[in-house]
Each structure stands twice: as C-alpha cells, then as structure tokens.
Design a protein around this ligand. Structure first.
Ligand SMILES: Cc1cc2nc3c(=O)[nH]c(=O)nc-3n(C[C@H](O)[C@H](O)[C@H](O)COP(=O)(O)OP(=O)(O)OC[C@H]3O[C@@H](n4cnc5c(N)ncnc54)[C@H](O)[C@@H]3O)c2cc1C
Length: 510
C-alpha cells in the first residue's frame, strides 16, 4: 500500500494554518513547525496580566474566503469563531479638521460625506457600482495560480484593462468620483492595509474600501488572533501536528529538490515543503543562495518592500467608552507623512496613527474595569536612516502626544501594561525581512506571475503560502493563497482537487 503523503509547513501564520486545514482534509499527513510559542504569526495574540491584544491584524474583512475554506473541510466559521460586524466601521479624524464616521448604512454614509462635500456624496453609489463590477471581474484572477507569463496572457487582459486602469493609482482613480481630499482619503487609506501609499498603490485596490462597505468590517470575539487559534485547534483535531517553539534552520536538498528540514530540535523528511514564513527572510535564511535563480539575495535586496509599523499595546485601568472601536487619524500633511515613510525614510512630527479600542465591542480582552488600546503608526521599513535604539523612546512620546487629537487623554497615567514593537523588533524578533510588515510591496511589477509563485519556481517540491506569494498580503487573500497552493500541491501528489473548487454559496450583501 502506498504511504500517506506528507507535508511540512514552516510557520503557523494564517496562510500556513489555512493550508494545513485543506491538506489534512485531503488526507495528507501535515506537520507545522512554528518558531514562536503560540500559533498565528503576525495574526497571533499578546496576552499579559489579563490583557489580550492582537499582535497585527485587527480588521477582519471579507470573511467569505475563510467561510468557504471552513465549508470545504466540513466546518462552519460563524459557529466555530463568532464575530460581529461593526457599525460604525471606524471613525476618521482628519488632521486638517473634521471627522467622518464611516458606516455601512449607505444613506447615512452619504449624509456624513455631504456634511462637507455634497457633490462627493452624490457619487457614492457610482463608486460602489463600479467597484462591484471591478471586484467581480478581477476575483477569478485572485483565485488562480500564476505560474508563468503564459497564465497572464491567457487572461483576456484587454477586456480587464479598462476596468483595472493599471496606469492609475488608487488616489487618481478616486478623483473620478470624489473631489474633496477627505472623501478620497476615506476610500483610499485602505492602501495602508498593503503597506502602501494610495498615491503609488495600483488603482485595482480601490476594491479594498468597497469590500468594507459591501461585506463589512468584522471583529472576531477575542480578536483576529482568535481566528488563528481556532484554526490551530481544528487543525489539531484533524490530526495535524503543530510543533511550537521549534525553529526551522535550513531546508535539506537533493540537488534542487527539497527533501526535508533541519530544526532547532532535529530533522524531518516530507514529500513536500510549504513555506509560510516571511518569504524574503526565509529564502535568505533557509535556502542557499546558489540554489536560487530568480530570487537570489542580490535580487531580493533590490525588490520593493512595504512600510513597517510602530506599535504600542497598552493595558489601561478604566474604559474609553466615548472612543470608537477603530479610529484613524490622518496627518495634517498626509502626503508629506507618506513621503517620509516611502521615500525620505524619516519620522514625521504630525504622524498619522490608528487606535483600536476593542473593549467597546468585546469584554473578553481585559479584566473588569480595564481596557486595551492598540496604537499603530505607519513608519518606514528598516534601513540605516532610522536607528530605533535611539528613536524608540522619543517616537513613543511623540505618538503619545498625538493621542489627544482623537480625544484620547489621560492615557499614560492609566497604563498598567505596555509593550512597544518597532520595525527593528519586527525584523529581529518576528523574522520579518526589513521589518516590512506587509511583505513585498504590491506594485504591478511584483504582482501576479511577477510575485514569488505559489509553486515556488526556483526549487522543486517547495510551495509558498501567505502574504509573500500570490495573491498578496491581507487576511482574505492570504487565506485564498492557501487554497491556490493546496490545489497545486495536491495535483502534484496526484490527489483529487475538484472539491477545492466547489461552488461558492452566493450570499447577498448585508
Ligand atoms: C501590524 C499589522 C497589522 C495588520 N493588520 C491587518 C488587518 O487589519 N487586516 C488584514 O487582513 N491584514 C492585516 N495585516 C497583514 C496580514 O494579514 C498579517 O500580517 C498576516 O498575519 C500574515 O500572514 P502570513 O500567512 O503571511 O504569515 P505570518 O503571520 O507572517 O506567519 C508566518 C509564521 O512563520 C513563522 N516562522 C518564520 N520563520 C520561521 C522558521 N524559520 N521556522 C519556523 N517558523 C518560522 C513566524 O514565526 C510566523 O508565525 C497586518 C499585519 C501587521 C504586521
């Protein structure tokens, strides 16, 4: 009898966990090896002194992708991992003055916009209709593998070009609907989910804000990390071995074919290896340079990477009931702030920032009478320009000085727990290349067949899953990468893949 095929997954991030669920369901023997003591990667939790924070993702968007994966393995996301749809989705506070409570109630949203830009409000429904069409047209592209330029050519791209407008950025595309910079900001700041500026981010990504309004901004109870933990629990129930606190130190090869891995605890063989660890970091750490053709260290160094994030996780005595679940402050000099992050590589005095006050929705995150504040400021990725050893304390204070701008006062006195993560920590403690928290940038020269491929092109028996491969960074597409990669891997093992393409159950927008 033929042995059960085996797969090692390096990393228990969202992509690794989703792939484990699908592969285990197909009958593959799966072992996940994770260097950190808990599952979830950048989507894991920090738990200290009764406070619980999401390390990274706090916006759970477009749950349909994970719902589909759960359905494919015979589970139900809604009952396994309860979540609530937020309304308002978030509040935007503009440095230049004014604010906007963004609600999925389109009538109310139009009224909000009309407060300062009546003409923009009238165009809201046009924006939504166009992006609904754009999403429907591009969705199949996000759901299939791009293994060579031929896959690209096989798409009727000529038909898609007028919809995608690759020559435009998110901001310039939105100008067709919205004249006021603040309205454009409300529908373009989401480029930051990819770690990019809306002025450089390809116009395709106007679909990000559309997805929020069409399908909701959700908060899983316990945070986004609860989704990772739920997936890990189910994976183990399905027979997946998850080895935490064990680091892969090298891939083992016979020629170009990967045969197994060496770890801090031993050696393991498998038929296939799936890399979920940060792509550029894993390549430069785990695979000898001479075995790579397209993604050599020299080429990796030349690629464009996303921005990074300066993080503060604050356990607070008391509650901030007046503060929304999500609040985003945009710098008075928004374009200058973006130029500091992407070009000049320096810290901005009036920095944009984001605060999550999840306690207004979820009482499980802090002891009674306490709450958690998650503060994120987008900053340049690691380079010699900013020395975080010397800048950390100063920038921390600078961000604290910004908090009253969203009405958040008297914070420092109430802190009972505090953790700060800088780009240097993302790189050093979390194995993120250049501390670029959202992976390789999503410019057109690093997307589709030009992104590292799901069946990794430089090696044999090696596959990628997560934000570093196609379709890209952000939870929904990361989960989708798991379906794409699992399909390729199972095909290569000669196993059935038809079930992975089972029709979606269409659901009307709520
Ligand atoms: C601050 C921040 C905020 C974000 N906010 C959002 C958001 O609101 N919504 C959203 O959709 N997305 C968000 N993202 C982006 C993205 O969804 C997450 O980063 C996501 O966790 C990336 O998933 P991944 O599958 O690529 O793997 P990762 O989460 O990067 O996990 C990879 C895993 O591999 C492990 N690993 C690395 N090297 C080794 C090794 N040698 N041996 C063993 N294990 C190893 C790592 O420890 C890690 O656990 C955010 C990201 C960050 C950092």
């Amino acid at each position: 009898m033929k042995d059960t095929p085996s797969v090692i997954i390096i990393g228990a991030g969202p992509g690794g966990l989703a792939a484990a669920l699908l592969l285990a369901h197909a009958g593959v023997k799966v072992r996940i090896i994770e260097r950190l003591p808990r599952p979830g990667g950048r989507c894991s939790a920090i738990e200290e002194q009764g406070f619980r924070f999401d390390l990274g993702p706090t916006f759970f968007l477009y749950p349909l992708v994970l719902e589909r994966i759960f359905r494919l393995i015979g589970r139900n996301l809604a009952s396994d991992i309860p979540m609530v749809r937020l309304d308002p989705q978030y509040r935007l506070k503009f440095g230049e003055g004014g604010d906007l409570r963004c609600t999925p109630d389109m009538r109310q949203m139009a009224a909000e916009i009309a407060k300062y830009a009546p003409a923009d409000a009238a165009n809201l429904s046009k924006y939504l209709a166009e992006n609904r069409h754009k999403m429907a047209s591009f969705k199949p592209v996000l759901e299939q593998a791009f293994l060579s330029w031929k896959d690209l050519a096989s798409w009727d791209l000529m038909k898609l070009l007028p919809i995608l407008r690759p020559w435009r950025s998110v901001d310039s595309d939105l100008r067709r609907f919205f004249a006021d910079q603040r309205t454009r900001l409300a529908f373009s700041f989401q480029a930051k989910y990819l770690g990019m500026s809306p002025f450089n981010c390809p116009s395709l990504f106007t679909i990000l804000s559309f997805l929020e309004y069409e399908w909701g901004v959700h908060h899983p109870i316990g945070g986004c990390s609860a989704v990772s933990e739920g997936m890990a629990r189910i994976a183990e129930e399905m027979g997946v071995t998850i080895s935490l606190g064990e680091e892969v130190t090298a891939l083992q090869f016979d020629g170009r074919r990967a045969m197994g891995v060496k770890t801090t605890h031993g050696e393991y063989q498998a038929d296939k290896i799936v890399i979920n660890a940060d792509f550029a970091r894993a390549m430069s750490r785990l695979v000898p340079d001479h075995l790579r053709r397209r993604w050599t260290n020299r080429k990796l160094a030349k690629k464009k990477y996303s921005c990074s994030t300066f993080m503060m996780y604050l356990g607070i005595e008391g509650l901030y009931d007046q503060l929304d679940h999500h609040t985003i402050y945009t710098s008075n000099d928004y374009t200058g702030n973006l130029a500091d992050i992407e070009g000049r590589q320096r810290l901005t005095e009036d920095t944009s920032f984001y605060v999550q006050n999840a306690g207004v929705t979820d009482k499980t995150l802090a002891p009674a009478g306490h709450s958690t504040l998650y503060v994120l400021a987008p900053v340049a990725h690691q380079s010699e320009a900013i020395n975080w050893k010397t800048e950390k304390a100063r920038f921390r204070q600078q961000v604290f000085n910004q908090l009253p701008k969203i009405g958040l006062t008297d914070v420092e006195r109430r802190i009972r727990f505090e953790k700060v993560i800088t780009p240097a920590d993302w790189e050093g403690n979390y194995e993120v290349f250049n501390g670029a928290t959202f992976n390789l940038a999503h410019n057109l020269t690093q997307m589709l067949h030009l992104r590292p491929r799901n069946r990794f092109e430089d090696l044999e028996s090696v596959y990628l899953v997560g934000g570093g491969t196609h379709p890209g960074s952000g939870l929904p597409v990361i989960y989708e990468s798991a379906r794409i990669t699992s399909r390729l891997l199972l095909k290569d093992l000669g196993m059935n893949t038809g079930w992975l393409d089972e029709a979606e159950i269409p659901r009307p927008a709520v």
